[in-house]
Design a protein around this ligand. Structure first.
Ligand code: NAD
Ligand code: LMR
Length: 330
């Protein structure tokens, strides 16, 4: 593999390419960790005009790694060029929250970015493009992007809750002194926000209910804020790691159940038209199915309802940016 790979390069767009997350992400995409060690890539890097100089520095570093799989880099602040013929898009570029804010507080600042990018993806990306939204509030930004892309399938957009998923695995592993790989069937339901619900009921693990409700769930829900408190800025390397794993599994398939925010399809009594985190099985090439036989107890259902209510409120708040309702296209 490596340089000898005869596969045709695929184009991968990353927005916010000079930002913190991208600095941990681009090098790993270029090394083959996302799409496989036999898949050459051409990176399309989008930045604001004022960050193009910093981006040039990042690209110099990419060059200096001499990655055999990196067959080209496009640096631009032009949306059409950024998304031209791309098969994968990672929408990272947006303002991060700072101490004391909830992710939803970013809606006003970030929402417009995703309507413009949804339109541009619609007009310029490959029709099968898989788009992951990382910029917050990720679920509603994914809805905005998808609803501005009438020619692309809403199922080909998703928002990232893999970081929450991995945070939950890590908490359980530490509590029970077992390997993360031993924990199966854990899932994040709802919004990537403090209302999300990490459900452990199907893991088969013996856990103290009091610990689960009073410690585990709030720890996972508030981990992003906790990182900001300690680091002074929001999670970056762990977010990049999750974005990579999310795209890897979506593109190539996953053995395990993973968490992804995808268009609600009526499962678990959630009306269509929202991007909601569910337990998902990825089958490769962008195909996935929601695991729909998860047994949720009344406590879990109540918590998830709250998160869905929050997503509905966010959707109302961005009403004018929603152009082509996704529920009519699913
Ligand atoms: P950052 O500020 O370090 O970088 C963001 C970059 O995006 C900047 O370089 C900025 O110039 C660029 N940018 C802003 N608007 C843009 C636009 N319209 N087009 C192209 N580029 C644009 O921030 P970061 O730490 O990399 O975080 C990025 C986003 O990811 C934030 O919204 C953050 O809240 C979110 N995030 C999400 C998760 C998750 O789990 N879903 C995890 C961590 C961070
Ligand atoms: C996270 O979960 O770490 C990110 O969404 C960043 C944040 O604002 O919490």
């Amino acid at each position: 593999v490596g340089y000898a790979s005869r596969k045709k390069p695929v184009r991968v767009a990353v927005t916010g390419a000079a930002g913190q997350i991208s600095y941990s992400l681009l090098f790993r995409i270029a090394s083959g960790e996302m799409l496989g060690e036999d898949q050459p890539v051409i990176l399309h890097l989008l930045e604001q005009p004022e960050a193009l100089k910093a981006l040039e520095g990042v690209v110099m570093e990419l060059e200096d790694c001499a990655f055999p799989l990196l067959r080209g880099v496009v640096q631009t602040s032009d949306l059409a060029e950024a998304f031209k013929s791309v098969k994968y898009a990672l929408l990272v570029g947006a303002k991060p929250r700072t101490k004391g804010m909830e992710r939803g507080d970013l809606l006003r600042d970030n929402a417009k970015i995703f309507s413009a990018q949804g339109k541009a993806l619609n007009d310029h990306a490959d029709k099968s493009c898989l788009t992951l939204v990382v910029g917050n509030p990720a679920n509603t930004n994914a809805l905005i992007a998808a609803s501005n892309a009438p020619d692309l399938a809403p199922e080909n957009f998703s928002a990232m809750t893999r970081l929450d998923h991995n945070r939950a695995l890590s908490q359980l592993s530490a509590k029970l002194s077992i390997g993360v790989e031993e924990i199966k069937n854990m899932a994040i339901f709802g919004n990537h926000s403090a209302t999300q619900y990490p459900d452990v009921s199907q893991t088969g693990l013996t856990l103290d209910d009091q610990w689960t409700k009073a410690t585990f769930v709030p720890n996972v829900q508030n981990r992003g804020a906790e990182i900001i408190k300690f680091r002074g800025s929001s999670s970056a390397a762990s977010a990049a790691d999750s974005a990579l794993k999310h795209m890897h599994d979506w593109a190539l398939g996953s053995e395990e159940i993973v968490s992804m925010a995808i268009p609600s399809d009526g499962s678990y009594n959630v009306a269509k038209g929202l991007y909601v985190s569910y337990p998902v099985k990825c089958h490769g090439q962008g195909k996935y199915t929601v695991v729909d036989d998860w047994k949720l107890n009344d406590y879990a259902k109540q918590k998830i309802d709250l998160s869905i209510k929050e997503l509905q409120d966010e959707k109302k708040a961005v009403g004018e940016l929603l152009k082509s309702p996704i529920d009519k296209r699913q």
